[in-house]
Each structure stands twice: as C-alpha cells, then as structure tokens.
Ligand binder design. Structure first.
Ligand SMILES: Cc1cc2nc3c(=O)[nH]c(=O)nc-3n(C[C@H](O)[C@H](O)[C@H](O)COP(=O)(O)OP(=O)(O)OC[C@H]3O[C@@H](n4cnc5c(N)ncnc54)[C@H](O)[C@@H]3O)c2cc1C
Length: 803
C-alpha cells in the first residue's frame, strides 16, 4: 500500500469509483481508493440501477447525460463490456395538468442541454408501455435514453480504467481516522496503515457521517429504507416483442423496469422508515434490511391498478436497502464546508444514474477549482447551521414520500419548519405573512390579504398576482417595510483587509468612510464567483454583505485566500435587515431615528450608525427595488424594538408590509441580478453585463483568465426580455428560441408590476443581444414571442433611489 498520494477517495461504491476514474481523466493519476470491504458492498450492489436522463436543472441534465455517454462507452469497451440496457425509454406519468405543465417546463429546459423529452398524452403512454392502463391518466414525459446498468460491472470497469491510468484501489481497508495537518494536508489512518495525501474525498454512502465525524463535522444526510421486488416471469413481458420501458409514477409513488422476463417494482411508501439514525453496525456490509411488503401495500395497489398484470405475478426477490437523502433532495458534491482540502460526494439517492456525472464534476472541482457547469445546486455549502440530524431526517422522510412529485414554483414544504427565525417571525406571522425558506430562514414572501388566503401553486400566474401587485404599488407610491433575515454579513478586519479586498474584487472598491459599494469576485477562470456589498462604516469597520444562501460559500472562498493579517467574522446570525422602501421611506426613517437623513447629508450609497427608536442600527441607503430605500441592520435582540419604532413612525405615512416576491418583481424591472440565478460560474462579468464593475488597471484574482476570455469574445450575453403573455412567467431554465434553434436559456422571470411587462433575463447568443431582437421563449410548452429590451426598464436613470 502506498504511504503517500495526492488524493484518497474513501468508499468503493459508484460515487467513489466514478470520482477515482474521473480524477485520473483530469490528470490526477497518483490517487487511491480505499474500501472497507469489497467494491459496491454498501448500497451500490443491490441497486435497481436505473439510469435516466431526467433532471430539473440544466446541471442535473448535463451530468446525467455525461453518465449515459460514459456508460455507453463502457458498454462498448471490447476488453471489459459492461452490461447496460440503454434506450429502453421511460415514462413519468401525470394525472393532472399541473404536473404536465411541469414536464413541459422541464422539456423546455432540457432542450438547452441538447436533450429532447417528449410530452405524451395518455393513449401514447399506453402505446409505448404495453402493460399500463390509461385510467386516471392525463399523460406523461418520455425520456428515450432511460435504461439500467449492472452496478458491479460498472464499478469494476471504472476502477479498471482508473488503475490503468495509475490509480490504486485497496479493498478490505477501512479508514479508521483522519488527521489534518497545519498545511491542510491529511493523514488517512486505515486498519492497514497510514496514507499521507493532499486531499480526501468522502464517498462513504450511508456511512457518510462516520467519516465526517473523523473530520470533526457532520453532513445533512440521512438514510431511508427503500424496497423493491422482482417478479417471476410475466408472460405479457416475455411476449411483448419489445423491451418494457421504465415507469415513474407520482400518483402512487412507485417505479418499474424490466428485469429478465419479469418486472422490478420499487416503492416510496408514505409509512416510510429512516435507517441507521443511532449508528450502523460495523458488520452491516453487503447486507439488507428486513423486508416488509406490508408497509408498501398502499402504493402497491396503485401499481397493480396501473399494470394489471402484476396482480397475478409471483414475487421472486425482495430487496430492502438503505438509500441516502439530504435536506433538499439533491446530493452534496463538492467542498466539505469549513474544512480545506476535503471533498464529498454523498447523499446520492439515484447514484447509478447520476454517479457518473457527479464524479466527473467533483473531479473537475478538485483538479481545477471549478466544474464546467455551475454546481451550486449540489454544493455542500448550501446549508449553513441548520443541517442537523433531526431536521435532515424530517426532510428525508418528506422527500422520500414525494419522490416523484417535484416542487411547483414557490412551493416550500412543511417538514422541519420553522428552523431559523428571528424575534419578528411570529410577529410577522400574526400580520398575515406567508413565508418562504431561504437557507433555512423563514423569509416573508408576501402578506396574505385574508387569513384564509391559500396559494394554488402553479407554473402560471395565480391568485398571488394581485397581492404582489398591491405590495409593489404600496412601495412605489408610499412606503413599505419588510424583514430580510439571514442576509450574509461579515466583518473583515486586520491590517491587510483593504489590499485583500482589492485583490478579491475585480472592480474599484470605495475606501471612503461612510460609503457603500458593490463588487464582484471572480474565480481563477475569470468567471463570477460572488457578489458583495462593501460597507465602510464611519468608524473604520468594514462589513461585507451577500445573499443569505452564500453564507458558507463566501466565507469558505474568502478564508481560502485570506492572508494571515486579515480576520473575518460572521455576523449573519446576530443581525437582521429591516428594509424600508418607497418615496416616503425617508419620512418614516426621520420619524424613527434622530439625525439628518436628507439626500445631501445621507445620499444614495451611504452608511452610518444610528438609533432606530432605542435600538442600535447600521443604516445603508441602498436599493434592490429601485425605490428610495434603506437597509436597516439591527442586532436580533433589539430587532423587535426597531420594528416597533418604524411601525409607529410609519403609521402617519401609511406604511404597509411587503415581502420577497414584490422585491423579486421590482429588481427585474431594475436589471438587478440574483446570485446563482443570474450570476453563475459559467459566465464572466462581460457576458453578465457587469462590464462597469471590472477595472483592468488593478490586479485581481482571475484577471489573466478574464483578459483571455475578453479576447476570445463572449460565448453568451445576458439580456432582458419582454414576453407577450399574461399567462405565465418564464421559469429559470426555459429555452429561448429562434425558429427551431435554441439560442439561449432563461435565468429569472416574473411580472414587472410597475412597467406592466412580463420580464425575463436570459443568456443568449451574443449576435441576438441587441434590443429589439425578436425571439421566442418556450414557457411550459407555449411558444411565447419575446423581444430583447434594454436592461432595467424602470427608472432607467436610477433617479428614484437618489431622490
Ligand atoms: C433498493 C434501492 C434501489 C435503488 N435503485 C436505484 C436506481 O434504480 N437508480 C439509481 O440511480 N439509484 C438507485 N438507488 C440508489 C443508488 O443505489 C445509490 O445512490 C448509490 O448506490 C450510492 O452509491 P455510493 O457510492 O454513494 O454509496 P455506497 O454504495 O454505499 O458506497 C459507499 C462505500 O463506502 C464504503 N465505506 C464506508 N465507510 C468506509 C470507511 N470508513 N472506510 C472505507 N470504506 C468505507 C462502504 O463499504 C461502501 O462500499 C437505489 C438504492 C436502493 C437502496
């Protein structure tokens, strides 16, 4: 066994084997995989091993397409052909129009990745799948690439290729401890000896948190028991004259595929069980949980109703094994939060289908710092501070129970709520607030017009349209107040702080005390990493602010580059913003806080300390809505006091409450961007129309790469589109078309209530970025005509926040 290597991958399931293979493909050939037992002895060996191409984001579709291409290549390898039934096809069923609309949106989104799903009616579903009834069926989504693979052969083939490239695989070698050294390198302790390495990768499957504990951390991953059975020969399958396609049913929560001359049926029962919450026996390997078909009887009934041949089918084999889930259903692939040189590829619940792609993206992240796609949806740093074992278990159960029921726009499911709150949460709830969840925080989405108001979640505009319109109007014409909790806020200090910020941000950063500026941080590829406000408090302190979701990500990025004379302290959990917006915002602030708040004394982009009522606050005159606005940052223990003072001062000015959805509508009208919707690692500042935030006269991280990118010209350009429909917004991922050709992808979309425009942002081919260009957008299957308009159609000279 080697005693030193570059990377040690812990775990020989599909996650570890794929990572090992792809590391060698990225040029890291001195790498090792250690497996406590035999390869695939965790979950992988007994997987139903279906490989589908369906995903709900472009990154998911892209990585699954990579899996399929790789598996086809392995299948066709003459030296070691892997058993892979590619192209059986598969149907996701629907018994309501809303699910069909979702499928139409996903079809639009996938087209941008070169993947064609077909939307079928019920009769066509039955034509392609000869065993199903059309009872209670509206239609489905067809994915022609669906199939299944032999998991053991797949892992053997991947490690075989990795070994050929220089990697080594140590079976029967359990990792027993991990020691990190001052230079962030590691010693991996195993029961066969120690290995020193630069980088460790946790690919431990359901033992993820045993390995995490060795690093002194915990991951929001929980295991669920999951069952399938395989039938005896079914004559209708044997004699069908075709392979039986895969089936996924959100109506009764089962899936099926052909297995020899029978069927394999898997279940997501409502009466489900977590597994291993109190520890896992070291002896559990190549093992299964006791089967319990009683538990799945409700969903089995649904499966029999859809496929009547099942009623007479004998059961040959039952499998019940642990399967891992996370808080939001997506895996955790990337940096281990807060620990340098540590990566993970965990929480895979469809690891056979996705594992090829996840390993590919992770290897790129390890070798180059970034993958070819923006991987935020998989990034382990997307949960901060709330991913404990209990919450994870609740979300895992909820997700398991809704396996094939995707989230409808603005849907926030109830399990594990509330977890992150402020003293104002119950106060705002009593005011009728409807909350959305942002990085665990309960954030006001809108104020319900009546206590009975219930939103019918939809891909179309719904009954919230008028509610948001009224909130926007109140802000535009008077003054509104909302809470922005969880806003990521750091205090940066130390003698090197200014120089450090200058190096990290690609534009000029104001150093003037009392001033606020906006800056962008790039990665080593010259693309966009983060967006930050820099606030120079008059007493010399510097605050950095960014999106709530960015808390773990931004701290990690800054700490990874900060020299020793720079300190960073998170204030995220101690402070909250009260956002006051509208032409009367100054009147309300003046009524609540002593001082001269006139535009001369406190112009746009200023910051100062003040008391709001009796509560200490840091006030910034910045605006995401495009109206005159103040961000009032208040320590949480005095937040209610500040809120009361503002409400009182606001009474005479007709102050109303509003929420994040109104802000979303207003920021689109201003051309402002949202991190990880519009600001992505796949694009540089020029492509993202942030040219004015780049200053080549100074040095900054990513400068050389950005200069090269500029020379090559933009691959895409971010534009604003006005769509000719009042029926639905364009959802992120929707394809922008010219004729039959996909020429771009929507990043954000919503109705602009002040402009009366259905607005969307999209990255499109640069030749089509000029205002006036006519395009169309595939919005839930409708071909909607659209035209490129100048960014920020509302108050284009930005006079209102300066007024
Ligand atoms: C019943 C069932 C059906 C499924 N069907 C499908 C399907 O149809 N399609 C699909 O895509 N997915 C399916 N899945 C999910 C899929 O099987 C998993 O996502 C995948 O196998 C997980 O792979 P993994 O490598 O992450 O974990 P594992 O396969 O569990 O691998 C982890 C490995 O790490 C090793 N390890 C742990 N701790 C240590 C240590 N300390 N030292 C060394 N090694 C260690 C373990 O021994 C194990 O081999 C199914 C799962 C179940 C349970």
């Amino acid at each position: 066994m080697k005693s030193t290597t570059r990377a040690v991958v812990i775990g020989g399931g599909i996650a570890g084997c794929s990572t090992l293979y792809h590391l060698t493909q990225e040029g890291w050939t001195d790498v090792v995989l250690v497996e406590r037992d035999e390869l695939t002895s965790g979950t992988t060996w007994h997987s139903a091993a279906q490989v589908t191409n369906f995903g709900m984001t472009q990154t998911m579709v892209g990585l699954k397409s990579h899996s399929i291409a790789l598996y086809k290549d392995l299948r066709d390898d003459p030296d070691y052909p892997v058993g892979y039934n590619h192209g059986d096809g598969g149907i996701r069923l629907a018994n309501d129009e809303r699910t069909m609309e979702g499928y139409r949106h996903f079809a639009s989104m996938a087209r941008g990745m070169g993947v064609e799903y077909e939307i079928l009616d019920a009769e066509e579903c039955a034509r392609r799948h000869p065993l199903i009834s059309t009872e209670n069926l509206v239609g489905g989504l067809w994915d022609g690439e669906d199939g299944h693979i032999d998991p053991a052969q797949l892992c053997a083939a991947l490690t075989r290729r990795a070994r050929k490239a220089g990697a080594e695989v140590y079976r029967k070698t359990a990792v027993t401890g991990l020691t990190q050294h001052k230079d962030h390198s590691w010693t991996v302790h195993t029961d066969q000896g120690d290995i020193d390495c630069e980088v460790v990768v946790n690919a431990g499957g359901y033992r993820v948190n045993e390995i995490a504990a060795m690093m002194g951390t915990h991951h929001p991953v929980a295991s669920m028991e999951h069952q399938y059975f395989i039938t005896d020969t079914i004559p209708e399958v044997r004699d069908a004259g075709q392979r039986i396609p895969l089936l996924r049913c959100p109506i009764s929560d089962y899936y099926s595929r052909q297995e020899k001359d029978g069927l394999l049926i898997g279940f997501y029962e409502q009466d489900c069980r977590t597994w291993g919450m109190d520890g896992i026996s070291p002896a559990f390997s190549m093992d299964l949980c006791p089967d319990d078909l009683e538990r799945v009887s409700d969903v089995l009934e649904g499966a029999i109703a859809r496929m009547p041949v099942l009623a007479d089918a004998g059961i040959k084999t039952i499998v019940n094994g642990p399967i891992t889930y996370t808080i939001d259903g997506a895996p955790l692939v990337g940096h281990v939060p807060g620990i340098r040189n540590a990566y993970c590829i965990i929480g895979l619940r469809a690891g056979l289908g996705e594992g090829g792609g996840h390993g590919w993206l992770l290897a790129q992240i390890i070798a180059h710092g970034e993958a070819c796609y923006d991987t935020w949806g998989l990034d382990p740093r997307r949960f901060t501070g709330h991913g404990n074992a209990e919450l994870t278990a609740l979300k895992a159960i909820e997700d398991y129970q809704n396996e094939f029921r995707f989230h409808i726009p603005h849907e926030h499911r109830p399990a594990g709520r509330p977890i992150k709150t402020t003293p104002l949460t119950p106060v705002l709830a009593a005011e009728g607030a409807e909350f959305a969840v942002v990085n665990g925080w309960e954030r006001v989405d809108y104020i319900k017009p009546t206590p009975e108001f219930v939103e019918t979640h939809s891909f179309r505009f719904n009954e919230t349209f008028d509610v948001i319109a009224a909130e926007v109007s109140a802000v535009q014409n008077g003054v509104g107040l909302t809470e922005v909790n969880g806003f990521n806020r750091m205090e940066i200090g130390g003698p090197g702080a200014r120089e450090f910020l200058d190096r990290m941000i690609c534009g000029r950063v104001t150093r003037k005390p009392g001033k606020v500026g906006l800056g962008y941080l790039l990665n080593h590829q010259g693309c966009l990493k983060s967006e930050m406000t820099v606030a120079n408090l008059p007493d010399g302190r510097i605050w950095l602010g960014s999106a709530a979701a960015a808390e773990g990500h931004d701290m990690d990025w800054l700490l990874a580059h900060a020299p020793e004379d720079v300190t960073l302290r998170s204030l995220t959990n101690e402070w909250t913003i009260l956002l006051l917006a509208g032409p009367k915002a100054r009147d309300v602030l003046s009524g609540a806080a002593r001082g001269d708040w006139s535009p001369e004394a406190f112009p746009w982009l200023s910051v100062r300390e003040a008391f709001v009522g009796i509560a200490p606050a840091v006030v910034m005159s910045v605006s995401f809505s495009g109206e005159l606005a103040y961000e009032i940052h208040v320590p949480n223990n005095q937040l209610y006091a500040a809120y009361l003072a503002l409400r009182k001062a606001g009474d005479v000015h007709g102050l109303t409450l509003f929420g994040a959805r109104a802000v979303e509508s207003m920021r689109l009208e201003k051309g402002y961007l949202h991190w990880k919707a519009d600001i992505l690692t796949e694009f540089d500042p020029f492509e993202t129309r942030l040219d004015r935030f780049v200053d080549f006269s100074k040095d900054f991280l990513g400068k050389d790469a950005l200069l090269k990118r500029r020379e090559n010209g933009p691959g895409k350009r971010l534009v604003t589109l006005a769509l000719d429909t009042r029926e639905a917004p364009a959802h992120g991922g929707a394809s922008v078309m010219q004729g039959a050709k996909v020429v771009g992808t929507v990043t954000s979309g919503d109705w602009g209530h002040r402009t009366g425009l259905n607005l969307a942002y999209a990255f499109v081919d640069p030749a089509l970025a000029a205002p006036g260009t006519a395009l169309y957008v595939d919005v839930i299957g409708m071909d909607v005509t659209a035209r490129v308009i100048p960014a920020g159609p509302y108050d284009p000279d930005t006079r209102r926040p300066r007024s």
